[in-house]
Design a protein. Structure first.
Length: 306
């Protein structure tokens, strides 16, 4: 038989949980998004590093690989395609990949300082937990993408002696489409990074796990050179590589033509034969890995409650 005090405490606890749960799914997402954005802004090194790194990669890669790849690029896409415009979408996807890889590191940091356990005992929706964290990475990726697009224009201006012409063949809508591709691409790797963090609960292991996958995947994709000019075994790997689909979709929007070589889709028209299949692949990965991440969050909640 419970005492009046115990009944009062139980009622208060139930009421507070009901009130928190009554916030709704979108409020839970906003709470998590806001918390992670605040945490990111308090670390200027992360902000500056995430903005400077793609600039360095774009400048170095165009200078180092531009002359070497020009022949393969001309035979694949024609003489009028600059390596700057060819590479810019790849650097956007690479930057999204790096940002997503860092998501798990932040989660491990929460585990180490005790914040993760505090969040787990709250009635907040676990899907909202993951989505809010993923959206915090998306905000950074959107800023990165626009910066890289702007820098690409500047580099093309110097490369052509000021005769840029049409930079993004599909215009403003194409630029927004490139941003959307980067977002959809980043979600699945954000989920993967968080899964590694939830499984290992160790920062070093999370860094190694994310880096072990991201850099090899970049070089066995269509990021830096047309797939048709790669060795046969690399072409095979590129066919199953999510980076290939993201880069080809963004690149098709950039160049205004279908640049996908790993799939021969003809049921749509023009660039949509690359963009739509790529979106289908990436959204499928988002849903699959997002579900796994939420599963591990629920399992972590059960362990914490136990």
């Amino acid at each position: 038989m419970s005492t009046p005090t115990e009944e009062t405490e139980s009622a208060t606890d139930t009421e507070s949980r009901g009130q928190a749960a009554g916030n709704g799914f979108l409020v839970d997402v906003w709470i998590n998004l806001k918390r992670w954005l605040v945490k990111t802004t308090r670390n200027p090194f992360v902000i500056v590093g995430s903005l400077v790194q793609p600039v360095i990669f774009l400048v170095l890669f165009t200078e180092v690989f531009g002359g070497v790849v020009s022949g393969a690029l001309s035979s694949a896409l024609g003489e009028n395609v600059s390596y700057v415009t060819y590479l810019t979408p790849a650097i956007i996807i690479q930057s999204a990949l790096v940002a997503a890889a860092g998501s798990g590191i932040g989660l491990v940091d929460d585990m180490e300082n005790g914040m993760f356990e505090k969040v787990l005992v709250s009635p907040i929706n676990r899907v909202a937990m993951f989505l809010g964290k993923a959206l915090s990475e998306v905000v950074r990726i959107v800023f990165q993408t626009f910066i890289i697009l702007g820098l690409g224009y500047v580099l093309l201006w110097f490369d052509t002696g000021g005769a840029v012409g049409t930079y993004i063949e599909t215009g403003v809508l194409g630029a927004l489409g490139i941003v959307l591709v980067a977002i959809v691409f980043a979600v699945w790797f954000t989920a993967f990074s968080n899964i590694v963090a939830l499984v290992t609960r160790d920062q070093e292991s999370t860094i190694i796990g994310a880096n072990l996958l991201q850099f090899p995947l970049l070089f066995v994709s269509s990021a830096f050179i047309p797939v048709g000019r790669l060795p046969a075994w690399v072409r095979t790997v590129a066919t199953y590589n999510p980076i290939t689909y993201a880069v080809d979709a963004a690149r098709s929007l950039m160049l205004g033509r279908n640049t996908m070589e790993v799939l021969d889709v003809t049921i749509f028209s023009g660039i949509w034969n690359a963009v739509i299949p790529a979106f289908m692949v990436l959204v499928g990965l988002d849903l699959a890995l997002g579900a796994i991440a939420v599963y591990f969050l629920n399992r972590a909640s059960s362990s914490s409650a136990g």
